[in-house]
Design a protein around this ligand. Structure first.
Ligand code: PLP
Length: 385
């Protein structure tokens, strides 16, 4: 079956008892057992829940995995992966990973004796050189955040395996509509389900999808032992969101590509970062690795300073000033003052995140309305230019 059909039907079979075309939401925290010491499929919702299972079945199918686990947040999912490691182990991660992942790697895991270092994963020679004898995990994001850098997933899988490490890919920005890392050799795919999978800014969740059944068992053990599972209501909302995932992502990509072209032509915009533009350093790789679109995130640098960028993000009417991404509502943010404010300025500039950078998450509104909104905000931010 095609992706779109699986998104609607796999794991989401009609309720056999009532014939309801939408499976019911199972809110029960506990389940009656057939006898003392006897176990049915479900016994306690932390260990397993029918509504969460339905979502996990759908996700495993969409990412091409043998199993999926759903968590209370994207960070809980990432944390679960890091619990596979022990004291003395090393994690090698991309330089432009999500800020919360950076915080987990650098401010929490050292307490367990796990060290993390960052490397620009667009440079495969640098990645190769950064492996250590105890590197157990290579963790990447493609496209990266907020400059939309593109990393070669298949090459990273080969490198990780040669060095005895697992490759984990945060696939939140690309979604399985555009990129399926397991098919490219990755061991673990992670999602902040809060973003495109849910798609409507109304749930917090995370997911891990793997191919190897033994790895699945180890992760399941850790999830059940530590407890950060997705609740039944969020699982239902996420399953509902996934039914329109492909349609949403394809349309959002189309609008993002048009807005990127529009911004690239505007004299008040110094540079646009969008993998679909021919001048993006990752364009050729993205054209091979991403299927049928270049994503719906883009960023751009205005020909103005921090204050002008601040005026711009505060002047849009449809693009709402908020972090997060991937929903039907378009969002705008200023990395220097918001998502990357925790970096000191020199470090931020070294990462290529300049004062005038603005990041967009393009939603499902009409492209003409979004373009007009950006145009009037640019007029307000840089009058007379
Ligand atoms: N990965 C990426 C790329 C994200 O953008 C986010 C959240 O913004 C996360 C992981 C963390 O997910 P959550 O906020 O659901 O914990």
């Amino acid at each position: 079956m095609h992706f779109r059909t699986r998104a609607i039907h796999v794991g989401q079979e009609r309720d056999p008892q009532t014939g309801a075309v939408v499976p019911p939401i199972h809110l029960a925290s506990t389940f009656v057992q057939p006898g003392a010491g006897q176990w049915g499929e479900f016994d306690y919702t932390r260990s397993g829940n029918p509504t969460r299972k339905a979502l996990q079945t759908t996700l495993a199918s969409l990412e091409g995995g043998s199993g999926a686990l759903c968590f209370s947040s994207g960070m809980a999912a990432t944390h679960c992966v890091t619990m596979l490691l022990g004291s003395g182990d090393h994690i090698l991660a991309g330089a432009d990973i999500y800020g919360g992942t950076y915080r987990l790697l650098h401010k929490v895991l050292h307490r367990a004796g796990i060290e993390a270092t960052l490397v620009a994963t667009t440079d495969l020679a640098a990645v190769e050189a950064a492996f250590r004898p105890r590197t157990r995990l290579l963790w990447i994001e493609s496209p990266g955040n907020p400059l939309l850098s593109i990393t070669d997933i298949a090459a990273c899988a080969e490198l990780a395996h040669r060095h005895g490490a697992l490759l984990g890919v945060d696939n939140t920005l690309a979604t399985p509509v555009l990129t399926r890392p397991l098919e490219l050799g990755a061991d673990i795919v992670m999602h902040s389900a809060t973003k495109y999978l849910g798609g409507h800014s109304d749930l917090l969740g995370g997911a891990l999808i793997v191919r190897d059944p033994d790895l699945f068992k180890r992760l399941y053990f850790l999830q059940n032992a530590t407890g950060a599972v997705m609740g039944p209501l969020e699982s239902f909302l996420c399953s509902r969101g996934i039914k329109t995932l492909e349609l949403r992502v394809r349309e959002q990509c189309r609008t993002a590509a048009r807005l990127a072209e529009f911004l690239a032509r505007d004299r008040r915009v110094a540079r646009v970062f969008y993998p679909g533009l021919a001048d993006h350093p990752g364009h050729d790789l993205a054209a091979r690795q991403m299927q049928g679109g270049f994503g719906a995130m883009l960023s751009f640098e205005i020909a103005g300073d921090l204050a002008a960028a601040k005026r711009l993000v505060e002047s849009t009417r449809l693009f709402q000033l908020a972090v997060s991404l991937g929903a039907v509502e378009s969002l705008i943010e200023q990395p220097a003052l918001m998502s990357h404010a925790s970096y000191d300025r020199a470090d931020r500039l070294a990462h290529g995140i300049r004062d005038g950078l603005v990041r967009l998450s393009v939603g499902l509104e009409a492209e003409e309305d979004l373009r007009a909104d950006l145009e009037q905000a640019l007029d307000q931010a840089m009058p007379g230019m």
